[in-house]
Write a protein that binds this ligand. Structure first.
Ligand code: HEC
Ligand code: HEC
Length: 318
């Protein structure tokens, strides 16, 4: 009996995540790809939001000058199971991705396996990014190779037990060709964008580290940061508690509100204005993309779930 427990424990510690060798691929860099990659990195998939040095004391948490891609240690306040570090992903050879092959970078993004074959903590949203098309993930790599290499040593993630063992089952290989739906199919394309933006990851509450399926997009996920606490909103089409009464134009203009802050950042944040919703990044999404995102969100299951997004704020919420 004991030996079975011991073998089981040894297996959990020693086993490797499901991983296939990285693709042998050299991404062709074109101006179109770099531009698309920048759109994904800085806006739609907001890689920059976690992998940059940001000023959270100001509205929207703008990226500090020279801070793009240099990585960040997640603050203790977030209550993550251990020390979680979004690594430096600039092309610096010592402290960034300079020595990684294109295939290794693609595997990390979509399959959650690092260069040494270790599972990445799924706080890095690879379970959503696995749906990213070959074309889009290659565009990302083309852009990331053009980032200014910054020498910025950071510690590696150190997860507490048992999470460190549990995450080994999170990575899954992506096999075969991955295509994005045609832009002419608005609903399918909107669903694709919502997936690779990872909206569900922030807008769905979790139990034991797993999203609660019946609460998808219904909000209530709590983020604690040194600057304050914020909960994600209900973005299902429920009329009373979600965004069911929002018009398409209203939805688009809500995102546009922040575009003037996108470059320099806004005023200092207060408990009422502190948020982790990537408003600055998203304020530069194209009209076309915001409209299909809206269109898709109209079709998800409405969930009645009232969320007070700023529990620490003295002023009543709208
Ligand atoms: C919600 C935060 C978050 C977002 C958004 C995010 N990442 Fe990550 N990423 C992380 C964290 C945290 C890790 C490290 C996980 C670990 O160490 O287990 C990571 C790891 C990585 C790695 C592996 C690097 C290494 O040294 O092992 C790469 C490459 C990467 N991310 C690229 C991206 C790209 C490209 C995007 C956008 C498409 C992105 N990330 C979006 C948080 C994020
Ligand atoms: C990093 C976490 C995060 C991600 C990713 C994220 N959100 Fe949010 N979102 C929040 C939080 C927190 C709030 C509540 C605070 C606020 O309004 O700023 C919010 C608020 C919103 C609101 C305002 C709702 C209201 O009632 O005022 C909308 C609309 C929204 N999100 C849509 C989206 C969409 C669409 C995506 C994906 C393209 C997305 N969010 C991705 C965290 C996130």
């Amino acid at each position: 009996m004991l030996s079975i427990v011991v073998i089981g424990a040894a297996w959990a510690v020693l086993r490797h995540p499901a991983a296939v060798p990285p693709k042998e691929i050299t991404v062709l860099s074109t101006p179109e790809r770099i531009e698309r990659g920048q759109y994904l990195f800085e806006h739609l998939s907001d890689c920059s939001g976690c992998h940059s040095d940001r000023d959270f004391s100001r509205l929207g948490g703008p990226v500090k000058p020279g801070g793009i891609g240099v990585g960040m240690v997640m603050p203790d306040e977030m209550g993550l199971p251990g020390v979680v570090v979004a690594p430096n992903i600039t092309p610096d050879p010592e402290t960034g991705l300079g020595k990684w092959t294109d295939g290794e970078i693609i595997r990390a993004i979509r399959e959650g396996v690092d260069r040494d074959g270790n599972a990445l903590f799924p706080f890095m949203p690879y379970q959503h990014f696995r749906h990213m098309s070959d074309e889009d993930v290659e565009a990302l790599v083309a852009y990331m190779r053009k980032l200014t290499p910054v020498r910025h040593p950071l510690p590696r993630t150190e997860l507490a037990l048992p999470v460190a063992l549990m995450i080994k089952s999170a990575p899954q290989p992506v096999t075969g060709e991955v295509k994005s739906p045609s832009r002419s199919d608005g609903l399918a394309y909107g669903k694709y964008l919502v997936e690779i933006a990872g909206c569900a990851g922030c807008h769905t509450v979790q139990e034991h580290g797993q999203p609660v399926a019946s609460m998808e997009f219904a909000g209530g996920f709590e983020f604690r940061m040194p600057q304050g606490t914020v909960l994600s909103s209900n973005i299902t089409p429920d009329v009373e508690t979600g965004i069911g009464s929002w018009t398409e134009d209203g939805f688009v203009s809500r995102f546009r509100q922040y575009s003037e802050y996108a470059e320099g950042g806004g005023s200092p944040v207060s408990a009422e204005t502190f948020t982790l919703m990537p408003w600055l990044a998203y304020s530069k999404l194209t009209d076309e993309d915001l409209r299909v995102i809206y269109e898709y969100l109209r079709t998800v299951k409405p969930v009645s779930h009232k969320v007070q997004t700023h529990p620490g704020a003295a002023a009543p919420q709208r």
